[in-house]
Design a protein around this ligand. Structure first.
Ligand code: FAD
Length: 486
């Protein structure tokens, strides 16, 4: 995976008066052909606009094609109904408002919850396959099943704030590579429209005339082209592969060993938007996955920090655990198990220590004397009654840790596989219009997908990124295509 080491010059705009000639022109020019770009292209073309999509790689797909193809959808989709789960836009709204914060974008969440069932039908009409089956063994489906709990719906406090329903909808595929199927179908849908796609076209900077974005500069097959546009939509992914940007905006994310991204996630789209006057928000936020929950018996263990103290209910979704472990505990955490709760973890994790007593384990881990012993004793006392007064872990995952030997699985960032991509980006209206720091619209500029800050301000549930990309990509395409757009 190639990593850009400098910030580049993408934020420097080219003033229109310095454009000697325009090489090409379109109503709507879209930068990047992942899920967001494809959905924007379909909608803009169907609204009657002349659309040109520029993609820096030799073909469309982006990170979307590498993904596991899970989309957070709900409010009563046909799949939820077929699998016997009751849901409504209101319950989905309550869950997302509670879990995607602090400070989630209420307007986006409201629109998404109200439009989620229709969005499901739109994807199906484009040929995206979903099998009406439920997978109950975890959030990711290693089978071709569709529906799963892909967030913290069943965990405290969310289970008390909204009626739990599974909302992870994975595109039908026999293994975890369902993102490839999603993108095949979306790219085929783009081909059926009048939208033109130009691959090997690296967009470098925007052209601005008196504050309005009127075009862009791209290197197409190695030669510079200046392209005029009535509207530009930035759908160029996030910035986890730009080391300088991560160092500046989200330095803790550097500790994660696996970047869930493609080469294009170098932040260029965000920087171009900033150059044209757009505000970038929540730039320190990431989707941080700490994959420790498979097999499920491991959730009966307790996560502790370097001081031997628990810090979370272990049954919240693994991205919420990842955020807490990395951002609050500096990525220095261990999972304590006993002989009954131990199993080989699915994702690679080393065993930090195995001892016959908790006191020896505490010593082996270099924790303050008595700290881990106290934590385990308190946990055991309550777990024996099926209670967790400190963190409210669900009773089914509570077990006293009393059967030696005791083991500590090493979930420090050094020795386990924290996975990350960025969630911060351009501040947009739900329509995709890019906003300035003063909250005004940058005329002529739209953005969607990981180039923007979307549904999850924090507290990511799996599927929300493809939700951002597909749903808000569509809205950006439709709005940019409308003749009376700003
Ligand atoms: C292994 C893995 C599993 C994942 N699983 C899920 C999941 O199940 N559910 C989920 O919601 N999310 C998942 N994600 C995250 C999700 O895939 C991405 O966040 C999402 O696909 C982003 O979509 P996008 O359209 O914004 O960007 P992308 O799909 O990355 O598309 C951006 C495109 O823009 C192009 N581009 C970039 N810069 C330029 C430029 N300057 N000029 C021209 N083109 C440019 C890129 O080449 C790329 O093709 C996963 C990610 C990974 C890696």
């Amino acid at each position: 995976m190639r990593v850009e080491r400098d910030m580049g010059k993408a934020a420097a705009v080219r003033p229109a008066h310095r454009v000697a000639r325009w090489d090409r022109e379109a109503d709507v020019v879209i930068v990047g052909l992942g899920a967001a770009g494809a959905c924007a292209a379909v909608e803009a073309a169907e609204a009657g606009a002349e659309v040109l999509v520029l993609e820096r790689a030799s073909g469309g797909g982006g990170t979307s094609a590498l993904s596991t193809g899970q989309i957070y959808l709900g409010g009563g989709t046909p799949i939820q109904q077929a699998c016997g789960f009751e849901d409504s836009p209101e319950e989905m709204f309550k869950y997302l408002m509670a879990s995607c914060g602090p400070g989630p974008d209420e307007a986006k969440i409201r629109l998404y919850c109200d439009g989620s069932v229709a969005h499901f039908h739109w994807l199906v009409a484009l040929g995206v396959p979903f099998k009406p089956t439920f997978y109950g063994d975890g959030s990711y489906t290693p089978t071709d099943d569709c529906l799963s709990f892909s967030g913290s719906e069943l965990a405290y406090p969310y289970r008390d704030l909204a009626r739990p329903a599974p909302r992870g909808h994975t595109v039908q595929h026999p293994s975890i590579e369902a993102g490839a199927v999603l993108m095949q179908r979306l790219l085929a849908a783009v081909e059926r429209t009048t939208a033109a796609v130009q691959a090997d076209a690296l967009v470098q900077t925007l052209v601005v005339d008196d504050g309005r974005v009127v075009g862009l500069v791209a290197r197409v097959d190695g030669r510079e082209q200046v392209i005029r546009a009535r509207g530009v939509i930035l759908t160029a992914g996030g910035f986890i592969n730009n080391r300088a940007m991560v160092d500046r905006y989200a330095p803790l994310l550097r500790k994660c060993r696996f970047r869930a991204a493609c080469d294009g996630d170098d932040g260029r789209g965000i920087r171009m938007g900033m150059g044209a006057g757009g505000a970038a928000i929540r730039m320190d936020v990431g989707c941080i996955v700490l994959p420790f929950t498979v097999p499920k018996v491991l959730m009966k263990g307790i996560l502790v920090n370097r001081r031997g103290m628990r810090f979370i209910n272990e049954d919240v979704y693994q991205t919420v655990v990842g955020e807490a472990a990395l951002l609050r505990e500096g990525g220095e955490v261990f999972l304590i198990t006993d002989n009954e709760t131990f199993a080989r973890p699915f994702a690679p994790a080393e065993i930090a220590a195995v001892e016959d007593t908790v006191a020896d384990l505490e010593r082996a881990l270099g924790m303050p004397s008595g700290s881990l012993q106290h934590t385990v004793a308190v946990h055991n006392e309550h777990a024996a009654r099926g209670e967790d007064p400190l963190f409210h872990k669900a009773a089914e995952y509570l077990a006293p840790l009393v059967h030696p030997p005791f083991a500590a699985l090493d979930y420090t960032t050094r020795n386990s596989l924290y996975t990350v991509f960025t969630l911060g980006g351009l501040h947009t209206l739900p329509t995709g219009e890019v906003l300035t720091p003063d909250g005004e619209v940058v005329p002529g500029l739209w953005a969607a997908g990981r180039t923007t800050s979307g549904l999850a301000a924090q507290g990511y549930s799996s599927g929300l990124s493809l939700a951002d990309a597909t749903f808000f990509g569509r809205l950006a395409g439709r709005t940019a295509a409308s003749r009376d757009a700003a």
